[in-house]
Design a binder for this molecule. Structure first.
Ligand code: FAD
Length: 474
């Protein structure tokens, strides 16, 4: 319980204006004045959970330009017991980058260079602050692909993707971000740069420190660079979206996709409430009365993609309406719409509590139905969409921002959702991590022994409990 004790101490630190400006002044002298933000720190105090009212307060916001500057910052903080909050693009849905315990926010945005791009070896090494979209573009310019595609790619950073082990629609065939990381560089306590893995594709020599840092949500150290594995870009991609009158019919189609004899690049669903919320941006005519939609995508060489599409069309053959774009522009329009669904759902009432539980795929229909039932019990409009093939739902309870009573009910509803996930043999987080909003939920899933192993790992990496206190672990 050492970490929890340290965290309490950290959270009870007084954050007077004078103390804050002293931290900023000291770090400015140490790193150079242009490395410390003097104004405009507001955006660094929140993330995409803002509509839930989550906001922190920082002693300073530091923008380092190198791993060495990150190490200097960490060493300074570690010596003085100042909390350290690593920050990527701030698109997280779990409050992970929100500095709730004060301290120094270390934002990686100025570390966005490619250190090496080796197209013939299908790999690159990039700094952690490069945006996800820039990683995609860099791979594409070299005829390659980096498949993980979380939805806020223009803003999220590869370091944040690694720290949350982000997924996205194409994780179904290609795996989540961690599957593409062969090595990483990180700054760990008390201010040292370490490397785990590297350019090599295989490495079974050591305990897997790389995988411990992947998904660690800034609680074990700060990722400063990553080696990424790439693949030749698929020649063709053909998505299909089928609309169904009921959840049951849609879930039957999802099961048929599993038996279709081909592996789709993506296998997604949207329920009726989500279709209503996202109706306006849909790039074709959205059928009235559709209560469920299934998206699949065939990809590969032109011949492979065509053959796969034929099999997927057969799996979705009983859809009321099937939209099957083939022109690259129309394909992009469909995926842009899909990536905007989360924002369209938020826009419906201005706010939402949206959780990302994952269940064994055969329980998807149950979890979709129970999301609606939980919402009804709490008097909240609820809906879900997500990565059907991975059994990963974005179960959402809509609310009016600033309405404390609705927020309280939505958080109770979310707690029931976590219970549901565990009861169905699933996970309290399939994508976004635990951060602040799910802090304390892990023990439900992994039990007390698993939790104490986690605390041991945390204490080994971070004996003073200063890396992102209050996040991930209770
Ligand atoms: C519209 C929208 C769509 C989204 N779609 C998806 C989706 O499809 N799949 C998905 O998985 N997520 C999705 N997300 C959530 C979010 O984009 C991901 O969790 C993303 O990986 C967060 O990256 P970030 O750079 O914004 O990190 P931040 O929000 O800044 O931080 C997230 C966590 O990572 C830590 N962190 C950040 N950078 C580092 C670093 N360099 N070293 C150590 N720790 C670090 C932070 O401390 C924090 O705990 C979506 C978000 C939005 C707003």
């Amino acid at each position: 319980m050492r970490c929890a004790t340290v965290r309490c101490r950290v959270e009870s630190r007084a954050h007077t204006r004078a103390a804050r400006s002293q931290v900023a002044a000291d770090l400015g002298r140490l790193l150079g004045q242009d490395r410390v933000l003097r104004s405009g720190i507001e955006p660094y105090l929140r993330d995409a959970t803002e509509s839930r009212g989550l906001r922190g307060a920082a002693d300073a916001v530091v923008l380092p330009r190198s791993a060495e500057e990150v190490a200097t910052t960490v060493a300074w903080c570690y010596e003085r017991e100042v909390p350290i909050v690593p920050r990527g693009g701030g698109t997280g849905f779990a409050g992970g980058a929100v500095p709730v315990g004060g301290g120094v926010v270390v934002s990686l945005e100025r570390m966005a260079r490619a250190r090496s791009v080796e197209p013939l070896l299908w790999r690159m090494e990039v700094e952690a602050g490069m945006t996800t979209a820039a990683v995609h573009r860099l791979a594409r310019e070299n005829g390659l692909a980096f498949p993980p595609d979380p939805g806020a790619a223009e803003s999220s950073q590869i370091g944040g993707n690694v720290a949350t082990n982000a997924g996205g629609p194409h994780a179904f065939k290609y795996g989540v971000t961690g599957a593409w990381v062969t090595g990483l560089e990180a700054v760990v306590a008390p201010g040292e740069v370490i490397r785990a893995g590297g350019a090599m594709r295989k490495d079974v020599a050591a305990y897997d420190l790389k995988s411990l840092l992947i998904g660690s949500e800034g609680t074990l150290g700060i990722i400063t660079a990553v080696w990424l594995r790439l693949i030749p870009a698929p020649e063709a991609s053909y998505p299909l979206i089928g609309f169904y009158p009921t959840v049951e019919r849609g879930c039957e189609a999802i099961e048929r996709v599993f038996g279709s004899g081909t592996v789709p690049a993506a296998l997604e669903y949207l329920d009726g409430g989500t279709l209503t919320a996202a109706r306006h941006g849909f790039p074709a005519e959205l059928p009235a009365g559709a209560a469920f939609a299934v998206i699949v995508e065939a990809d590969g060489t032109e011949a492979e993609a065509r053959a796969s599409r034929t099999l997927l069309e057969a799996a979705l053959e009983d859809a009321d309406v099937l939209h099957a774009p083939t022109d690259p522009h129309d394909v992009d329009a469909l995926w842009s719409w899909r990536h905007g669904v989360s924002l369209a759902v938020t826009a419906r009432r201005g706010g939402k509590v949206s959780e990302d539980i994952a269940v064994p795929v055969e329980s998807l229909g149950t979890a979709i139905a129970e999301t609606l039932e939980i919402g009804r019990r709490h008097g909240l409009e609820s809906l879900s969409w997500g990565h059907a093939g991975d059994g990963n739902l974005h179960s959402s309870f809509l609310l009016t921002p600033g309405d404390g009573e609705q927020l309280r009910r939505a958080e109770q509803a979310a707690a029931e959702l976590f219970e549901l996930a565990v009861r169905l043999g699933g996970s309290v987080s399939g994508e976004h991590g635990l951060g602040l909003v799910k802090n304390g939920q892990l023990v439900r899933q992994i039990g007390p022994l698993g939790a104490s192993l986690h605390e041991g790992i945390k204490a080994l990496f971070d004996p003073k409990g200063l890396f992102n206190p209050g996040k991930k672990l209770a």
